[in-house]
Design a binder for this molecule. Sequence first.
Ligand code: OAD
Length: 271
Amino acid sequence: MDSKIDIQTIADRIKNGQVTRIVVLTGAGISTSAGVPDFRTPNTGLYDKLAPLKLPYPEAIFHISYFSHTPEPFYAIARCRHPGNLKPTISHAFLALLAKKNLLHFLFTQNIDGLEEDAGVPADKVLWAHGNWKSQHCWKCKAEYPDDLMKTAIQTGEVPYCLRPECDGAIKPDVVFFGQSLPAEFDVKQSHVPEADLMLVMGTSLKVAPCSQLPRLAKEGIPRVLINMERTGDFGNREEDLCILGSCDDDVRQLADLLGWRDELEGLWKD
Ligand code: OAD
């Protein structure tokens, strides 16, 4: 379906105050320029690099039922997925600028790198739908596990096990694995999507539910903007859909130019 809108229309609606409540959904594509490969891009994505680990299928590395008996592959790659000294990208800074301008109604991120908060997006405006690395528990008995021992396990790639003598469960960071529930707030926070007057989706293949379903909850008639390397999900099915295909960093710079925000954006990113 041909789109009724273009990027200039989006910029105009933001500038003239027609758009004030932007709901954003992000995925791994907004962090690739920070040095974290995404999952599904052929050749460069994580799932194409796992052959040496002899998994039954690539996503098994993040599946709780596989991890429960074979946690070694997860720890073999944990170090390269763990947020080290990463710097937010200009796409993260754009989200922080939306928040600063009181335009960010809510952000759902599937990423666990924490770069949204590092960029300056207020924590009460974000749901880390796939959890985070800030804490860890035994997958089996749910006992807590000390941060310093976890850090060592990630550095060495050795699987850490529960410290309770009667338990033999492996320790899992509190990131959401396939087969596990999303944080309880997800159900509550998804009510923000129909409140949006613009939905912005960045850097995600929209292959993993339930986040992949969020764009469908946007009210009919409001613009839905996809900024991504490829067309994903049901984008293009509505007249008010706009697909801006390319690198998100380039695209947010273009949008910032049209909004007259470019210097402010670059300044916020460098700070
Ligand atoms: P994917 O790897 O599935 O998709 C990333 C998307 O971003 C793809 O459509 C890429 O084309 C696009 N992309 C990559 N680099 C980009 C760039 N610089 N600019 C614009 N677009 C870019 O990652 P997610 O959709 O985030 O979950 O994956 C969703 C979930 O699947 C993850 O949270 C993770 C994974 O398995 C769990 O492990 C539970």
